[in-house]
Design a protein. Structure first.
Length: 77
């Protein structure tokens, strides 16, 4: 996952430790990394970015979701 391709990303934290990342790419593909595994959707799957956050939040008690990155309009070009 390259940062210059990322529109926005959130970190998944459990007990203060980063356990996962969910990233939305410029083409609206989504990458979900949890522990040591990463999966990326096809393009135009923006809704998965929000669904994945909700799913992990419901799955893991006391999970914290924190914004890691949000591209500016210039960076998205």
């Amino acid at each position: 996952m390259e940062c210059d391709d990322v529109k926005e990303a959130v970190g998944l934290y459990k007990d203060g430790k980063l356990v996962g990342i969910i990233a939305l790419h410029n083409d609206d593909a989504v990458t979900v990394c949890f522990r040591k595994r990463c999966y990326t959707t096809d393009k135009n799957q923006k809704e998965i970015y929000y669904i994945a956050q909700a799913w992990y939040s419901g799955l893991i008690p006391s999970l914290q979701i924190r914004k890691l990155f949000e591209a500016t309009k210039e960076q998205e070009r």
